[in-house]
Design a protein around this ligand. Sequence first.
Ligand code: PRX
Length: 715
Amino acid sequence: MAPFPGPRRTLRIMAQEAPTDIHSSLNETRIFHPQDAKCAGFDRWHISSLTEYKDLHERSVADPEAFWRAEAARLDWFTPFTHVLEWTPPDAKWFVGGSLNACYNCVDRHVQAGHGDETAIIWEGEPKGAHTSHSSSFSHYAAEPEILELTYRELQSQTSRVANMLKSLGVKKGDVVTIYMPMVPELAVAMLACARIGAAHSVIFGGFAHTAIAERVIDAHSRVIITADGGYRRGDIVPLLKNVEEAVELLDSHGHILNHVLCLKRTAQQPPSQRFHTGERRFNNTRFHWWHDLAPTVTDACPCEPMDSEDMLFLLYTSGSTGKPKGIQHTTAGYLAHVQMTARLAFNLIPDSGQLFWCSADIGWVTGHSYVVYGLLMNRVPTLMYEGAPNAPSNDRFWEIIARHKVTHFYTAPTAIRTFMKWGNELPAKHDLSSLKLLGTVGEPINPEAWIWYHEHIGGKRCPIVDTYWQTETAGHICTPLPGAIATKPGSCTLPMLGIDAAVVNESGHELPANKGGLFVIRKPWPGMLRGVYHNRERFVSNYWGRVKDPATGQPYYFSADGARRDSDGYYWIQGRIDDVIKVSGHLLGTMEVESALVSHPSVAEAAVVGYPHEIKGNAICAFVTLKSRWFSEHAGRQPDDEMRKELASHVTKEVGALARPDTIRFAEALPKTRSGKIMRRLLRDVACGVEKITQDTTTLEDFTVVAKLRADEE
Ligand code: PRX
């Protein structure tokens, strides 16, 4: 198939810069010891001392099969597995021969055990004071702001109904259903409904644009999209259905057969005539279905399909170092076993103890999959979902939510914490945050200053902070403090999770001594590990298993693409990505994705994108752009200016989504290249960071030839 969605050029062959010794400058010495359980507000810890952790970890790595067998026993199985692991590197099969169902493990088994009337999900909508017209059939318990509460029984009946709706649209076991929805409870219901009937879900973050949707739908061979007419975000409506409509046009033009769009009505205060009009114009009657029309046509009884342990539970697209996102494949039993264990231990989850867990991540990312939905429901601890932005209508919305619902666990990203810091200490101080017992961070390295602020101003100096390091590919936590057992150091994700054999090694796979920066690898398989990149075996093997090997056996190690060091206490300090992927506000972006979007603009000849440090976002995007000579002849006498920058930035937003919008665009006459034609990315990074002083005027049109010549011999 031709590259999608239109002509995209590969600018260059990726040349990874291999840091054999990553310089590490962070020198944080503060240590926070675990409090006793009572002091932190818990009844007990699952793991309550460093000695206990060390003993368990040692045993879990020495005999992973025994460890994971015991963890898998916490799940409900339709057919027991016959053996724990089949490992033919890089292919792992976990819990071989077993069958189970993810929705059953999250929902039905709790109903059967007599917990049907307990709260499973609490949801709060963004609008306050505005009339909303959610077409949900869940019972409302408050109107202002809109709050819904779902019990396990309601979740069972809703997932069954939606499962039957999907069946009525022809969805079968093994199909991939695309979900592009706002943060409403129906999103969790839709995922679980897929799991119930054995269809894999592919959730696309609501911030992505229509081209990104179409690209993922095609890659996943998906024939059904579940969406909503819109979602609320910072007082505005995100036009999800409009984006889907545009994606469908692209899909049609590309010959992709999309059978159905199922649409929840969420923002009907937009003029309905307009919405229905656009709906009718773009979809024919047989393809477009309102959720509320289809729901009454089916029953709310649907059995849970027995799934083989290794059947795919979901696909989740993540950015890589090429222009095309990777469909990361997770399977049923391994994912569930890993995620239930990590959620239970890292957050010390204890059912029936008054806990309420709030992870502020969008379900469109892996954090939302694992620690808004699956990890919490499996452990029978209620999960809070919030639809909107932290500054809607005012900058203290999160603290208001914590106080209103008496949240006990709060899990968010460093970029959000840095934003809260900027907004001021008085905002959290206005609210009663005394219900909090534990705080978590995820997604990027947290700078010690933000860690301390979080500890003092949100955690009231009493809440342990778990800095959890992991990836879309790992399904769940890889390194994290266990709150009752492991002392924390601000900025470190501390020690490996049970069952994880982590190491910092050099290119030849040898473990590095303390405080030497190197490559973060996992040496043994674990159940949550990705099983593949959808339809791309080569990418799976080369991205993750092709770089580092066990020097003794030659077996591949899983390579995370992160640089890290271990300090003399064995604590891990993640130094960030060493591939061409940048973390912007906690979201992974392939520089190539942004470059591809830029060169699809008719005036752009070449583009190179790098990250540079940003106070709030962690990294910001800098694009170096060369315009075609035609642009100069068409705009006689004009130099590329802010207007052109705006045009290009909007183009990227349209192509990929707002999260990819470059923060800085710099025009260059040519991009600096080595003699063999590779773009000198390190030089561009230095320029973007302000390290390299260009001798010429750098504001409008950069001349890299001077610096490039100086550097050519180095590369
Ligand atoms: O670079 C690491 C960073 O996020 C990457 C994974 O991103 P993604 O697949 O989007 O998953 C994000 C949610 C797990 C990693 O390769 N990262 C994630 N958590 C941390 C982190 N870096 C440092 N500390 C963390 N706690």
